[in-house]
Design a binder for this molecule. Sequence first.
Ligand SMILES: O=C(O)CCC(=O)C(=O)O
Ligand SMILES: [Fe+2]
Length: 349
Amino acid sequence: MSLPFVDVSPFLKKGTPPSPAKDTSAKSLFDACHDVGFFYLKGHGIPKETCDLVLDTVRNWMLTATDEEKATIARKDAGVGDGDGARGYQKIGENVTLGKSDFHEAIDLYATHPLAPPSPPYQPLHGPNLWPNHLFSDIFTSYIDQILLLGAALMRCMAVALSLPEDHFEPFINPSFWVCRAIGYPPLTPEAIKANPGGVGCGAHSDYGCWTFLLTDETRGALKVEGKDGEWIDANPVEGCYVVNVGDMLMQWTNGLFKSTVHQGNHPPTLDLLQRYDGLMLTYMGIVVHLGSNYRVSVPVFFEPSWEAKISPLEGCIVKTGGKALYGGATYGEYLLGKVASNFYTEKQ
Ligand SMILES: O=C(O)CCC(=O)C(=O)O
Ligand SMILES: [Fe+2]
């Protein structure tokens, strides 16, 4: 089985009248979110050059910045220096899923918190983003702005799919408390597997918010999506498309009509990419890891509700799912705080 396709192009321009093309897109979105929770998004209008620039920016920095440079933007616990417990660079193994270290390094970025103070100490998620440099920040800020427009377009498509007015979700997503991760996956060596049995590139999880727009390089065999019968479906990259998935908030909003599907990032078994980085290496738990062969880069942008948005099951969705609300309602910011707190090894663990 492979993932379905959804064409968002009829919804890109806000304020356009209803049309058969919109109805077709909305129907395919409904089916994809209901049946799988994952799909290829086409017709998104973001140029390939923009996507390549984002991926190259991450790859270049991850593979050329020194450990000291990486440490200057390290994620720190909330209240420690400029740390807010979430933003910044995480070295390999620092991220944890289901009690196992994930075999990746990443920079985590978030929208500005509505109550962000001007200087430290910072409460969890209240700090500023820790950027590697100005160019990185300019490229990512402009890219994320484009994804936010796309996220809003997909919310309009979702509204039509649920027979709601197109602008129904607007008050809940403005401004989106977006999240972005710039992730690098070094090859998962036999030695690394031995040092961390059961650990993978990114352990099995669901995402937290509305839509994840996943941009990756062309490495295949990495992302796996849990299918209905427990089989793992390959979500290999498709040129010109985003891999998009439903997050927990959409599942709650739709009372389970849309699925927030479990997925995991295996490390690709093949050594097929990026010969140009041959010779570069880093050390993980005393193990030398060669980066040249199949270092994978992945940049998910998570399009989320606003920090204060209250998400509870929609009446129409309750009716379609047996007449009982399955979720009690959540404030997105609080939900996110709970999730982020369990994502890292901290001194307390
Ligand atoms: O790197 C990938 O392909 C998936 C990453 C992911 O699922 C996540 O960061 O939530
Ligand atoms: Fe994910």
